[in-house]
Design a protein around this ligand. Structure first.
Ligand code: ADP
Ligand code: MG
Length: 705
């Protein structure tokens, strides 16, 4: 795959890693396995922790949970084998307190070192044990009886482990790499004026501070990741990612795309729909229509809450391609969802004479051959499917619009793989590529959208179709489960349907499937006379679909399910949802699940069952769910509640993982980054390219793919 922009990730004047002492071919290979291929990668392999060995804490002053260095004399040694080998060493100091060092793995040589009376200096995190505080597996040293042992002068960095390389050698390597840091001017890429404005240290200073913090460094800030040195690194990294996405976008837009101007078919579809488009749907479709009329590829993300009606907007867009004699493809992350799209699209489009084809993993043999022929000949005007659409052997006649639903479930690679189908799989410089429309029901806060989607235009369908009644949400402790059985009975007696969602903290499919099976049996017994269905991830695709379809067609009253129903499934007659262990789910997932009800006219209810006691965080999440149904509000709250450290990973945003930056902790930097990025793109594209190469480099394959 061509990487159109980025210059060399390794500056030409950088020696290979094997030039460092102690780094042979073998070690270099292990480093490379972790993406460390240059000196620069080592500079950017930042500590994940620090240990403060600059002082000694009296044993009596230790605080449980707070790491510290202590020094004392061995008072007693006990070697035991009760359940497994164990070594316990009690040490005491002038503070008259005793600390137990406990080892589960040790050699006899180690045991011999701990003679009663020996001086030991150790470091670790004390926790309450059977006999006062203890440290399990401290790092320690037995000191010479009389020598005056110096204390550390700096905080000790602890690096993320690299398989096959011990922590001490890794530290040595990084130290050696840091000795080769260029001087301040040679290393710096951020304009001086900008650094002054933002009070940021130079890159050299920032790296040295982070790797070798002087003793007076604010350790709390360092550990929280908010030290100016870290902010400096974060801002450059965020900037690099932003620039990479923007440059990617420019590269994309250098391609040509088919001009799709004919709108009569879309008008006919609109007129034939059983409902009127909402204002938001009309506005977003209008944006898409304008994009498609241009000869450069559209790259548009449509964000819209569950049930906001994204599918029909996609169908309208597809009509623009079809009327121009070209094809559109719609890809969904699950077979169930793709099937639902298929049936919606067939219902809407076949009366207009548009041929809709179906391609999923389970389409095999003759049927598959036939579909592939239709896709290749152009007879199939709209193709709906799953990942199967991107497989080898699938060749389109003339793909003009690639639509990806629930895009957060796909990586950026997959989205681009579908696009590449339109250009015969390889993209030359002046290739004609399809327009891309991606849809998501996972709203992400504005600040994050800037970082995640800098390569896309974003539209929001921020209005629900009329006639929806808000879902009444309550949180109940699991003890009240019996009442719910009655509630289900009465809802179903009125001809409505209900979901019972089983979740567990253990997300192994098997365990969850088992729980769902058990719940299914219990509820079937308790709700005699009602028709109960079951869907879980361990069922065969055909069984799953049969159960789902039976529910959709009203042949079952209650559907016991795991979170496989999470995405996109639409059963307007379902008006009651019960979610077990709701306290264990994140806000985004709860919101997605709840979106399955409240799709029809009947007033809907959602019951969040929880296992008391609730943590403060879980309580806040459930409270948020009770208070609002607005996906954007929930997303903001989610961001706030997650707090630092809990990265929004690739899964949620499609973003690559960062080395230093944390989208949540550093969210306040994003508008700045955006602004600086735009300025640099304009005034110093050369510099922008170097910043991208430094931070994103080869790892940007995802962003640059
Ligand atoms: P989502 O945005 O979650 O993908 P869907 O496209 O599945 O939502 O739409 C949810 C339901 O709303 C579908 O049954 C769809 O036919 C219906 N719908 C879409 N637009 C409208 C509208 N303007 N008025 C009434 N119903 C609509
Ligand atoms: Mg949808």
């Amino acid at each position: 795959m061509p990487t159109p922009n980025d210059g060399p990730a390794i500056a030409p004047d950088q020696p290979p890693l094997t030039a460092l002492p102690g780094v042979g071919a073998k070690v270099a290979e292990k480093l490379a396995a972790r993406g460390i291929e240059s000196l620069q990668d080592l500079w950017l392999h930042l500590p994940r922790q620090y240990e403060d060995r600059t002082a000694i804490t009296p044993i009596g002053a230790l605080v449980p949970g707070m790491a510290a260095q202590v020094e004392g004399r061995v008072e007693a040694v006990e070697r035991g084998f009760r359940y497994r080998p164990m070594l316990r060493v009690a040490i005491g100091d002038d503070s008259q307190a005793t600390l137990v060092l406990r080892f589960f793995h040790f050699r006899s040589q180690q045991v011999n070192q701990f003679r009663v009376g020996a001086r030991v200096r150790c470091y670790g995190t004390p926790r309450p044990g059977h006999h006062g505080l203890e440290i399990v597996h401290p790092s320690y040293r037995v000191l010479d009886e009389h020598a005056d042992e110096a204390l550390g002068e700096r905080l000790d960095p602890v690096y993320p482990a690299i398989e096959g390389i011990g922590p001490a050698s890794l530290r040595r390597m990084i130290t050696a790499a840091l000795e080769r840091l260029p001087d301040e001017v040679a290393l710096e890429l951020l304009p001086a004026e900008l650094r002054r404005q933002l009070h940021l240290p130079s890159l050299r200073e920032a790296l040295l501070t982070v790797h070798r913090p002087p003793p007076d460094t604010d350790l709390n800030a360092l550990l929280a990741g908010t030290h100016p040195a870290q902010r400096r690194l974060a801002i450059e990294e965020l900037l690099a990612h932003h620039l990479s996405l923007r440059r990617q976008r420019l590269a994309q837009q250098a391609h040509a795309a088919p001009v799709l101007k004919k709108g009569a078919l879309a008008k006919r579809l609109q007129a034939a729909l059983p409902f009127k488009l909402t204002g938001a749907q009309r506005r977003v479709f209008e944006q898409i229509r304008r994009d498609l009329a241009l000869s450069r590829p559209m790259l548009r993300l449509v964000q819209g809450d569950v049930g906001s009606g994204k599918t029909v907007v996609a169908a309208l867009a597809a009509m623009l391609a079809v009327e121009s004699g070209k094809q559109a493809a719609l890809m969904a992350p699950t077979e169930l969802l793709a099937e639902q799209h298929l049936s919606n699209l067939r219902g809407w489009l076949e009366p207009l004479g548009v041929r809709v084809a179906w391609l999923a993993g389970k389409v095999t043999g003759k049927a598959r051959t036939r579909v592939l022929e239709e896709v290749a000949s152009g007879e199939a005007q709209v193709v709906v499917g799953t990942h199967a659409l991107m497989q080898q052997g699938v060749g389109f006649h003339d793909l003009a619009l690639a639509i990806v639903d629930e895009q957060h479930r796909f990586g950026v690679h997959q989205r681009l793989a579908l696009r590449d189908k339109g250009a015969g799989g390889s993209i030359g410089e002046h290739a004609v590529v399809p327009h891309q429309l991606v849809m998501t029901a996972t709203p992400i806060p504005r600040t994050l959208a800037m970082a995640a989607y800098a390569d896309l235009d974003v539209s929001a369908i921020d209005e629900l179709p009329p006639g929806r009644t808000p879902v009444q949400t309550v949180a109940l402790s699991a003890g009240r489960r019996p009442e719910l059985v009655e509630r289900i009975r009465s809802a179903c007696a009125e001809g409505r349907q209900a979901y019972w969602v089983c979740t567990l903290i253990d997300d192994s499919d098997e365990v969850v499937a088992q729980a769902a099976q058990t719940t299914y049996e219990e509820l079937s017994a308790q709700l005699e006379g009602l028709r109960v269905g079951l869907v879980h991830g361990r069922m065969k695709a055909t069984e799953k679909q049969a159960a789902m379809r039976a529910f959709k067609d009203g042949e079952t009253d209650l559907l016991v399910a795991t979170t496989v129903i999470e995405v996109g499934v639409d059963v307007p007659n379902a008006s009651l949802m019960i979610i077990e262990n709701a306290e264990r789910l994140g806000l985004a997932q709860l919101h997605q699940l709840r979106g399955r009800v409240g799709r029809g006219r009947a007033a809907s209810n959602c019951v969040l069952l929880y296992q008391p006691p609730l943590s403060k965080l879980a309580r806040q999440r459930l409270e948020t769910m009770r208070q609002t149904q607005d996906g954007f509000v929930i997303a903001e709250k989610d961001l706030e509640l997650r707090g630092p450290g809990e990265l929004l990973g690739t899964r949620q945003t499609g973003l690559a993982a960062f080395r230093v930056a944390d989208l949540i902790r550093d969210a306040d930097l994003l508008p700045r980054v955006h602004e600086i990025g735009e300025r640099l793109m304009e005034t110093s594209p050369e510099l922008a390219a170097r910043i991208v190469a430094r931070w994103v480099g080869g790892a940007a394959r995802y962003a640059a793919a």
